[in-house]
Write a protein that binds this ligand. Sequence first.
Ligand SMILES: [Zn+2]
Length: 476
Amino acid sequence: MCERNGWEVIRLFREEGESAKTADRPRLQELLTYCRVSKPRPDYVVVHNIDRWARNGQDHDMMRSYLIKLGVKLRSYSQRLGESPQEVFFERIMSGQAELDNKLRGERSLAGMKTRVQGGKWPFKAPLGYVNGRDAAGNKALLPDPDRAPFISQAFELFATALHTKEQVRGQMNALGLRSENDKPISAETFSRMLRNPRYAAILSVHGWEIEAKGDYQPLVSVEVFQRVQEILIGRRVSITARNRNNPDFPLRNFVRCGTCHKPLTASWSKGKMGVKYAYYRCQNRKCPSPVNVRRQDLEDTFSGFLRQQQPDASYLGLFHKVVLDVWNAKQADSVALIHQFEKQVNELKERKRKLMEAFVYSKAITREDYDQMRTPLVEDLAVAELNLGRARLDEVEVEKVLDFAENLLLDTAGAWQRCSLEQKQRLQQVLFPQGVEFADGLYRTQETSFLFKGLPSGTPINEVVGSATGNRTRV
Ligand SMILES: [Zn+2]
């Protein structure tokens, strides 16, 4: 076209890969700048088709009038453009047509994406812990990222126990080697977002789409664990680590539930007629037909009694020892491997540091500037590697001692509960009764006890059970 008209081609601007949807295409910007600054200015800008040039009428008009101001005319290979009223009118229609095409295309692809989500596919970028890959049939699918997925599953499980804060879990995952896409430790903000991301439980929803579908890929966490994590995050489930919400005067607050209405008990001090203060646990549900209202001493003494009722199952106790040793040895193998890996890393970095020093000091092969520039990241990497190594070594504990301690604890949970601090009390309660306990008419009930205990029929009156946990283990 240029040849035919006898125009010299000064420069070619070619937008690679970018979508023509928006006006901030880098080559287009370059072209507009070029038209402004080059001397002399070009006479024409030639495009192949005006729908490549701008995809909405507004952009088109803006760029067009910009060029007119510079004295540059727009020409198209596919359309006849000019400055006559008919030609300007025609150009308007063409740019309007381009905008319409673009919008229709957008709607079609949006509908396509919604259909994919409803069918259990995730048409967007994979969340951390997954990769966008292909399934056995060759269709696009989310696949677990082998380097990250196990850490993410573990993080949900750990946090769901309600025994650790978000920061503790995050610290542990980072120390074990969970990394972001840029190979950095996970930030607090990213970690919070991860714990709230339902896609890890294969629940697909998109903000503003009102679609919720079951993902057709392997979840990293069960829906149940995911829900538990959400309850802890919004404070519906008590996390025993949130000390500020846990008053040291009342270890059983929020843990024991009202046996009538199943709401957690609150606790407070109240003044008697003589001005003496008494501590009470109570059900504060206004709709409760028979709210619990017990003196602190009574509720806690009964709880100790209830713990004394929980007899370790002798057959389990033997198994417990074996299982723990098994798991321990397996984990030890992992941790030994981890220590080796960190040691290797530390040694390699030290060696590189030594070589760099040699190159600078002895063979004078590099300049001071180069030396400094190369040394800084090396020193940082080394510090991180040494930190990781230290942490991995800390994890080595003497298992036999721990087992002895655990067994003693199981044989005398009531005594242990009485002796320990508030936070320890709450941890112990949580471990022994993962579903909490209910209290009504002077009795405790629980749906689920630790597998280590031989459950007594729920609701057994305390005074029917005699015997010390360490000695006589039969019910009388
Ligand atoms: Zn109640």
